[in-house]
Ligand binder design. Structure first.
Ligand SMILES: NC(=O)c1ccc[n+]([C@@H]2O[C@H](COP(=O)([O-])OP(=O)(O)OC[C@H]3O[C@@H](n4cnc5c(N)ncnc54)[C@H](OP(=O)(O)O)[C@@H]3O)[C@@H](O)[C@H]2O)c1
Length: 377
């Protein structure tokens, strides 16, 4: 049976599984969209159960149609929730399974890496209903949003445009996978959400404020995806109160990601090495100087370049034991999100007729590192 209220989650990785678990915990029907039939089988392995581990406890998701039950397992605090796994572009399967693979998607959370978001969305584009709601959760959301507007929503000669609602989010939870269907919620954070105007592909455009004005004067709709996420306790989702506050939050996060991630990824070290060292301080200052010259202190929500560098170093210190995602990607020889972080800054600076040599160098070095494992050198 097709469920109109189902929330589809594109990408069954750490954040996708974490989001799925907490939504199920709040009794929201969820379908995880996997990239391939192999990924879908892995997610369904062992009885379609996805384990959520946090604070030493585990929560377990099982296949569709089961109601919430208490488990009789040895672990005293295991819960089970229904979830469904679908395969993105798959047309194999029979009966109800086939129907659900073709069913329209009206509420979609995109939980892939920045580099994967557009191609993943392209693979489900025929299923997106005209007025679908899309939530983007990528670290490099400034660049991802632009691509989604231009390549997915605007349409093409063969596709009509979509009048989707778009919400952009910033995730500060920490999560990683212990196994294909076992996610660990390693750091409690939050998801900051902002509804934006998809007719404006540039998130920096001040006209987005209109969406905040409209949202604050409208009655909240219970089935609205952003409201569903706001009502889900485990996600710790919050709505950002203005466009300016949103930009400040997203640009401060960009500053941390641009200053810390490529450097620790190149050196293969944890964040505390960065925050405790003189070279880390100098690097933070150089990257922040550049960001302030491009975005300005007001948008960045700081008084000076050194305030921003202090903020970067504080975050690196607070997350001292973290192996950030770019380092993890480099160690696993996967593509990193650098094009959407330092690469995004360089592009933005170029569009403004400016230069960003420090970000450009960091971007180039990570791309060179990616090339070595692509070419096998
Ligand atoms: N993990 C964290 O702690 C954390 C914290 C804050 C922010 N974030 C951000 O959240 C985003 C997601 O991160 P993550 O850690 O969840 O990444 P991840 O574990 O690598 O998950 C990404 C998932 O997307 C799937 N995917 C790739 N291409 C797809 C496609 N075409 N169709 C459907 N699924 C596809 C991948 O499946 P396959 O494996 O089958 O390719 C993978 O399961 C990133 O932007 C990251 O920076 C993560």
């Amino acid at each position: 049976m097709l469920n109109q209220n189902i929330v589809h989650i594109l990408g069954g990785g750490s954040i996708g599984q974490l989001t799925a678990c907490y939504l199920r915990k709040s009794n929201v029907p969820v379908a995880l969209l996997a990239s391939s039939s192999t990924s879908a089988s892995r997610l369904r392995d062992g009885g379609s159960k996805i384990f959520l581990e946090r604070n030493g406890s585990s929560t377990c998701l099982t296949h569709p149609d089961l109601n919430v039950t208490s488990s009789k397992s040895d672990m005293s605090n295991i819960e089970e929730f229904p979830v469904e796994v679908q395969c993105c572009g798959a047309l194999e399967g029979t009966g109800d399974e086939m129907m659900s693979y073709r069913s329209p998607i009206s509420r979609l959370i995109v939980a892939t890496k920045s580099t994967q978001a557009v191609s993943a969305l392209q693979s489900v584009r025929p299923r997106l209903s005209d007025a679908c709601q899309i939530v983007l959760l990528q670290n490099g959301v400034l660049g991802v949003y632009q691509e989604v507007c231009n390549k997915i929503l605007q349409g093409s000669p063969s596709q009509s445009p979509l009048s989707a609602t778009v919400v952009v989010g910033s995730v500060t939870h920490g999560a990683y996978r212990k196994g294909p269907n076992h996610v660990v919620h390693s750091g409690m954070g939050s998801i900051k959400l902002a509804r934006v105007d998809p007719t404006l592909p540039d998130l920096m455009d001040g006209k987005h404020q209109r969406m905040w004005d409209e949202t604050s004067s409208a009655e909240p709709e219970s089935q609205d995806l952003m409201n569903v996420m706001l009502r889900t306790p485990g996600l710790a989702a919050e709505m950002i109160h203005s466009h300016q506050a949103f930009l400040t939050m997203i640009l401060q996060k960009l500053a941390v990601n641009c200053a810390v991630n490529p450097v620790t990824a190149l050196l293969g070290c944890l964040n505390h090495r960065y925050s405790d060292s003189q070279w880390g301080k100098q690097m933070a200052e150089s990257v922040c100087q550049e960001l302030v010259s491009i975005y300005g202190v007001e948008l960045l929500g700081v008084k000076s370049e050194s305030d921003l560098a202090d903020l970067v170093l504080q975050v690196a210190k607070r997350t001292g034991e973290n192996k950030n995602s770019m380092l993890q990607d480099c160690e696993a020889k996967r593509s990193t999100e650098v094009d959407y972080l330092n690469g995004y800054v360089v592009k933005h600076a170029t569009n403004l007729g400016m230069q960003a040599p420090v970000n450009s160098l960091l971007h180039g070095l990570i791309k060179a590192k990616e090339e070595t494992w692509l070419t096998g050198d």
